[in-house]
Write a protein that binds this ligand. Sequence first.
Ligand code: SAH
Ligand code: SF4
Length: 352
Amino acid sequence: MQELIGLSFSNLQQLLADMGEKPFRAKQLWQWIYNKGVTDFSQMTTLSKPFREKLSGLFTVSHPKIVTEQNSTDKTRKWLMAFADGQQVECVYIPESDRGAVCISTQVGCAQGCKFCHTGTQKMMRNLTAGEIVGQFMAARDSYHEWPTPTDETRYLSNIVVMGMGEPLYNFENLKTALQILMDGDGIAISKRKITVSTCGVADKIPALADLGVKLAVSLHAPTDEIRNKIMPVNRKFPLNALMQACRDYQERVEHRQFITMEYVMLKGVNDSPDQARDLINLVKGLEVKVNLIPFHPWNGSPFEPSSNNAIHRFAKILEDAYIAAPIRRTRGEDIMAACGQLKSEKGTVRS
Ligand code: SAH
Ligand code: SF4
C-alpha cells in the first residue's frame, strides 16, 4: 500500500488523474489529510463512498507512531516517534506563552559528527522521507488536538524549527518537498516566515533556501577555521569563506534581506574569549545577523564544559557593542534531554 502523506500536491493530482478521478477530488483529499488531519478514509465524508473504498484499498494516510512522550517542568514536550520500518526520531515542542515551535528531525542519526553534539554520536541510519518530516509536525498537532488548521492568531503550534536530529541540507530534496507541503495554504498552512532551517554549514545548498523563502540558521560555533575544524568536521569540506559567501548569496536572494541567525554554542576555553568575540564580529561583517548564544548542554561523556555565565555575558556585550544582537538562548527541556543538541533515538540509549 502506498502512503499518501509526503506526496506533493501535483503528484497527488497526477495519481488521482491516473485513476480517472476529476481534478477537484485531489483538492478535497488534500484538505482532509492536511487541513483536518484525518487519517481514516471512511471519515472523509465529502468523498463518495465508492471512492473512499477504492482509496482505502490502495493507500494509507499515517502519522508516525508516538512511542514515548515526556513533559518537562517548563512545559517542553518531547516525543520519540517511530516510522513504518521501526526507525525512530525525537521531536520536541517548545511552548512560549501564546505560541510555540515544533522542532523536527530530518535524519535518523547524523553523519556530521560535531564534537559537542549528542546526536552526532548516533550512527546515521537513513534520511527521512518527505512524509516522515511532515508527519512529525502532524503527530505534534495530534498531541495538542490542533485540527483542523486553526487561524494564524489562535494556533499554539505556530512555528517550525528544523533543528532536530540530522543535517537537513544533506536531505535537501525531501526537505524541500516537506516544506512545500507544510507551507501550503489549503493544508497545514505554516507561513515561510515561521519556518527556520538550521544547517551545520552545507554551503552549496544554503542559497536554495532563499528560493523557498524560509529563514536560515547557521550552526557557526567558531570564528576561525582553526577552531571550527577541531569541533565541526564539515568545516573541512566547506570552510568559513565558502560558508560566509553562501550566507551572502542567501541574503541577496531572500525576500526583505531576511536576517540570518548564527548559532554559537559557548564552550569553555574553546570559543568563548573576548578575542574570539572580536574575530566573530569581523567574520560576519556585511551580513545582517543575530548571534544566538547557546549555553552548552552536556550529555554523558561529552568532551566539553559549558562556559561560565560571566564569559557568556562578556561575549554578548562585545557583540552588542558592535551592534550585533546577541541574545543568550534560554535553555528549555533540559530535564528531559530535549534541549539543543541532546536528541538521540538509538535503541537502548533513550533516557526516560
Ligand atoms: N544539523 C543541523 C540541525 C540541528 S540544530 C545543525 O547542526 O544546524 C541543533 C542545534 O543545537 C545546532 O545549532 C547544534 O549545533 C546545537 N547543539 C548541538 N549540540 C549541542 C549541545 N550539546 N549544547 C547546545 N547546543 C548544541
Ligand atoms: Fe549533526 Fe547538527 Fe549535531 Fe552536527 S550539530 S552532529 S550537524 S545534528
